[in-house]
Design a binder for this molecule. Sequence first.
Ligand code: R5P
Length: 345
Amino acid sequence: MIQPPLLFSGSSNRELAEKIAKRMQTRVGNALVDRFKNDECRIEIRENVRGAEVFVLQSICNSPSGSVNDSLMELLLMIDALRRASANRITAVVPYYGYAKQDKKTKGREPISAKLVANMLEVAGAERLVTLDLHAAQIQGFFNIPVDNLTAAPTLCNYLKNQGLQGDHVVVVSPDAGGVPRAETFAKRLKSTLAVIIKRRPEPDVSEVTHIVGDVTGKTAVVVDDMISTGGTLVKAAEALMKRGATDVYTLATHGIFAGDAVRVLNESAIDRVIVTNSLPNTELELGPKFRVLSVAQILADAIKRITANRSVSELFARDEEAAAAQTAALQQPTLELPELTPAR
Ligand code: R5P
């Protein structure tokens, strides 16, 4: 009999945690996530976790409840508290892994922030990481614990297919050279052609298009990226694609960071539709009619169930997605006799 896993959540994406819990037929564990008067994070796990398989959901991002650094600190303190409360195994579920862009030194005297965050998670007591579309897959190597780097590609592709956006009237576009493998995956799934934008960054957070490789004339361009931060990359890409003869431009990214006035910039751009997931706490209502927010709750819930049952996680992304989903559904559902919400001893 598999023991039911416990799911706790920090405050950066509590709504996603609730959705995952619902799909797991459980509830989010009882914990205090607050601030002391001096703004330090205050965490208290308010139920017994001794010997339990525990998952902690937190995206490392800005949210209405705090800054990106607050969310990182909440995650670390929550893991520390669970470890000291004798949880058996703690998995950090980090749909958006912040600080990922600094994954190497591009010039002297810079930090490798993605590696430091990995060290911090391990020191806190995380024994496994579940994440989604890491900015660079090599970040997995910064960890000495198992990393499950899931992908939202099937969810995003299904959306496009349902909109009739597949076949040779569509061209999938990578907004930079680094994104070509990702765009190729989409092009294959959609049976579309591929184009690549050559982008230059004269300074951080500023992008310029220098060339477009591939034919986009008369086609719907679907630009695929891992994240949208200032929106500059996609706005510049859309302008260049329309100039080259694309008929309309859709943009997709797993992570909608929307820094600064990105939402306004994207709303005023040549882009027809911006599609992201809820890996960060975004809602269509707040973003506006040009935006679509797709849920990754099911993928994360399925991964958690499979990890708990020691089943393959990569099967989830097998070509035959329906079969994988059926297999997940068939996993033995633990009898959920959750403890009452009483203060922990
Ligand atoms: C770059 O390597 C990333 O994949 C994204 O293209 C980039 O982070 C997007 O940033 P922004 O929206 O600020 O142009």
